[in-house]
Design a protein around this ligand. Structure first.
Ligand code: ZN
Length: 493
């Protein structure tokens, strides 16, 4: 996600403390066995090249290879999605599981306060009825047996009511934004189940890549942008149309629709780029398309080739700058506050940067937000040709690290924590990556980034992984570089 203001402006606002925090910013935690950052260590740990935590040990994460099959209907008069899902997966963990978690992001307070929410029913695991309980954004399924090294599947019915909200999840005017809208399997890793609280000012999303097969029935006049590729022609019955989409190697599935959308497309390398825009957004359509073409081409060259056949760039009216999903980015162009063409191009580049950093190279966005936001901000500056302007200073308060989890910032929300989040994770993080580029030189830096891409493609990276790949590929001991830039592996423990 791109913050509300341009990064440079927000960073300076953060320093002067002008950024006003809505009351909704409070650190809410779900009392589960979530250990994300309860032991957040403000002292940091200096890493030497010889540190065993920098050795290549693949972290255990599962369940693996989820295959989602969904069949849903969207009724715009009720602003409601109803339907069913089945997710098949492999228990690649070393243990049998007697419980599973899903995230129900639509149950976050800011959505339920505006009439939104999610309900699930009829949950079956391997065909057997399961016991379950929802607690806010967490769905806990128990009374099951999911054997290790075996395939299992979960099926359920669900209803999603969209809030009337200018957000990544919600409806506003005729635009329907379906980000984080369906029950998504949580990740079990060395920390246990990751069921972190929703974070309005960034992301707490964490999921593994898999395949999606999604059938959507809605009014036939809706123009739909979606993750994946539409299979065949829509089937029309009276006033309704049924569309089917398939996506491969993606960690989420988003949609955005509006009956007033126009579409402009172009091809770059092996990818078709589609821009969806309303009449009001028409004057920005060429900027979105131009940035789409140039960003995909530039980031493919510098980091590694864009792997998916389609990318949708959608105009919408959000309170923020933009939002990233696999193969779909939302660009916020409110009719009430005009954007400059350069702003639209830069935000589009930032969100497309996330295709690489979040989409292809995944991360736990709640525990290590810098792994996607700092990298997307660096990508936008690379596109803007403003790398030499990345000069943000780190937070004057040394409590904040570049590798701090989101909870370190929300815990101090009343003391400017969210401003520090933007200043560090967007501002100082992109500056740090540029400092690393200057330290290694362009050729070595991008070679190392390509090695990082190759190793982490469709997987999940950590701060330790990034440090290791940079050191191994450059042959340099970067421990003092990372220490002086407040990048510490201990922050995630
Ligand atoms: Zn972002």
């Amino acid at each position: 996600m791109k913050m509300k203001k341009h990064s440079k402006i927000a960073a300076s606002l953060a320093l002067t403390g002008i950024l006003v925090l809505p009351a909704a910013v409070s650190a809410k935690t779900i009392p589960l066995n979530v250990s994300d950052s309860q032991s957040y260590n403000t002292s940091g740990t200096i890493l030497k090249t010889s540190d065993s935590r920098l050795s290549k040990v693949s972290k255990e994460r599962g369940p693996a290879n989820p295959h989602y099959k969904m069949n849903v209907s969207y009724d715009s008069s009720k602003h409601q999605v109803t339907g069913s899902l089945n997710v098949a997966f492999e228990n690649n963990l070393k243990i049998d599981l007697d419980e599973l978690y899903f995230n129900l992001w639509g149950n976050a307070d800011m959505f339920t306060e505006n009439g939104g929410g999610m309900e699930v029913s009829n949950i079956k695991v391997n065909g057997q009825e399961a016991t379950y309980k929802t607690n806010g954004t967490a769905l806990h399924i128990t009374g099951i047996s999911v054997k290790k090294a075996a395939h299992s599947d979960v099926s359920m019915d669900f209803t999603v009511t969209l809030p009337n909200q200018q957000d990544r999840f919600g409806w506003y005017k005729n635009t329907v934004s379906l980000g984080n809208w369906f029950p998504i399997l949580s990740v079990y890793d060395n920390e246990g189940w990751n069921v972190d609280p929703y974070y309005n000012y960034g992301e707490s999303f964490y999921s593994l890549t898999g395949d999606f097969d999604v059938t959507v029935t809605t009014e036939k006049n809706q123009i739909i942008a979606a993750t994946g590729t539409e299979i065949g022609e829509a089937k029309i019955t009276d006033n309704l149309a049924t569309h089917r989409y398939k996506a491969h190697d993606v960690r989420d599935f988003a949609m955005q629709m509006d009956p007033g959308y126009h579409v402009k497309s172009a091809n770059v390398n092996n990818t078709k780029i589609n821009v969806y825009y309303t009449n009001e957004q028409a004057k920005y359509a060429d900027s979105m398309l131009e940035s789409g073409i140039d960003s995909v081409s530039l980031f493919s060259e510098k980091f590694g080739e864009y792997p998916w056949p389609e990318l949708d760039i959608t105009g919408m009216e959000g309170w923020f700058g933009g939002m990233e999903y696999p193969q779909l980015v939302m660009i916020s162009i409110p009719s009430s506050s005009p954007r400059s063409q350069n702003w639209v191009k830069s935000v589009t580049a930032h969100e497309i940067g996330h295709q690489w950093f979040y989409g292809i190279i995944g991360d736990n966005e709640y525990d290590e937000p810098w792994l996607d936001e700092s990298f997307a901000s660096f990508s936008a500056a690379l596109y803007d040709e403003t790398l030499d302007q990345l000069t943000s200073q780190p937070a004057n308060n040394t409590y904040y690290h570049l590798s701090s989890p989101v909870s370190a910032f929300t815990a101090k929300a009343n003391e400017g924590g969210i401003s520090y989040y933007y200043g560090m994770i967007y501002g100082y993080g992109s500056r740090t990556l540029n400092d690393l580029r200057l330290e290694l030189g362009d050729e070595q830096f991008y070679q190392s980034m390509q090695a990082y891409f190759k190793e982490m493609k469709f997987g999940v990276s950590t701060t330790a992984d990034f440090m290791r790949v940079m050191q191994e590929t450059s042959g340099k001991d970067l421990s003092s570089f990372f220490e002086s830039h407040r990048v510490f592996v201990s922050d995630q423990e």
